[in-house]
Design a protein around this ligand. Structure first.
Ligand code: NAD
Length: 326
């Protein structure tokens, strides 16, 4: 019997994985995140199945190794929360490279439309029988220039949708492939020319705080920034200054640098100890969602299917195409 310990699980994870339970696979769903304090829960398990906010550092890897865990199966694409170098030679790490790029691209568009047409404000108004239109005036996306940073799976779908709106697309990708008809430019020119900037590159040393005081200074007045990638692509303090000075006209954030501390949990009855987030949430032109861009039925099904296949491939065939460790 293969035993898999799932960490940081929510109801929707459990329902997407339950159907894969068989007499030879045992699932244990822990709500808690995997970290140094909870690693001991892995005793007796073959696999630790983790998500974006589990902290799989070198100490956790050593503990898991000593308990006989053979595989760390990520239910996501990014693996910046796992010390891959430390895992090499001890525990194999696998991931789900893509589950639904459409989900993320469509969420970026949903946030952008919500912002430019004030639908979130209208929804609340009409629920309270306030049918006034004052303050709800938006702007057309048609004819605007959108700057797309990162033209991988999600960025390309986002571009296609923007074209459907009749927007001009400018793109920047450090490792661009010459196999599409997108108009590429320098990052500087993109920042200078775009009415809307949407981030779709990964978080790396290169891209950390790519949007900061200096780059914001280059941008057009009133620019709308959409980030569905990783929070630390943006220096949040600089973003707030940009919004206060009215240089930035709007921010649609599905991710936030310190998001790991609060996102996915219900703190509606608590006082949150995060003044930066409180300032962002107080701003009328900032829209925050809680890292939910991936959350569609299709994505959850793909995550479960690929994760189970990764685990089976590793244990039955000794190798897996989605292996992150060498
Ligand atoms: P991808 O690997 O297909 O595409 C990323 C693109 O970024 C590639 O084309 C790459 O060349 C480019 N890139 C790399 N370094 C760059 C740099 N320094 N400057 C500009 N471009 C650079 O990845 P994807 O599937 O399109 O995902 C993009 C990002 O979306 C992921 O890295 C992840 O952070 C984020 N994501 C968010 C959610 C969510 O729920 N919010 C879900 C999935 C992925």
């Amino acid at each position: 019997m293969m035993k898999i310990a799932f960490f940081d699980t929510k109801k929707y994870d459990i329902s997407s994985f339950e159907k894969y339970k068989t007499h030879s696979i045992d699932f244990k769903f822990f709500e808690t995140r995997l970290n140094e304090d909870t690693a001991s829960l892995c005793k007796g398990y073959d696999v630790a199945c983790v998500f974006v906010n589990d902290d799989v550092n070198s100490k956790v890897i050593d503990d898991l190794y000593s308990y006989g865990v053979k595989l760390i199966a990520l239910r996501c694409a990014g693996f910046n929360n796992v010390d891959i170098k430390h895992a090499e030679g001890k525990i194999t790490v696998v991931r789900v490279p893509a589950y639904s790029p459409y989900a993320v691209a469509e969420h970026a568009i949903a946030m952008l439309l919500t912002h430019v047409r004030n639908t979130h404000k209208a929804y609340i108004r009409t629920k309270g029988y306030n049918f006034s239109l004052n303050g709800l005036c938006g702007f057309d996306l048609h004819g605007k220039t959108v700057g797309v940073v990162g033209t991988g799976k999600i960025g390309r779908i986002f571009i296609d949708i923007c074209r459907g709106f009749g927007m001009r697309v400018l793109a920047y990708d450090k490792y661009r492939k010459n196999d599409d008809d997108t108009e590429y430019t320098t990052l500087e020119n993109l920042f200078k020319s775009a009415d809307i900037i949407s981030m779709h590159c990964p978080l790396t040393e290169d891209t950390y705080h790519m949007i900061n005081e200096n780059t914001i200074r280059m941008m057009k007045k009133g620019v709308v920034i959409v980030n569905t990638s990783r929070g630390a692509l943006i220096d949040t303090e600089d973003l707030i200054e940009g919004i206060k000075s009215k240089k930035i006209g709007g921010a649609c954030l599905d991710v936030y640098e310190e998001g790991a501390d609060v996102f996915y949990e219900d703190y509606s009855s608590d006082i949150i100890d995060d003044d930066t987030l409180a300032i962002l949430l107080s701003m009328p032109n900032v829209l925050v969602t809680s890292h939910q861009a991936f959350l569609t039925n299709e994505a959850l099904e793909n995550i479960a299917e690929t994760t189970v296949k990764n685990i089976n491939d590793f244990f039955l065939h000794g190798k897996c195409e989605n292996q992150v460790t060498i």
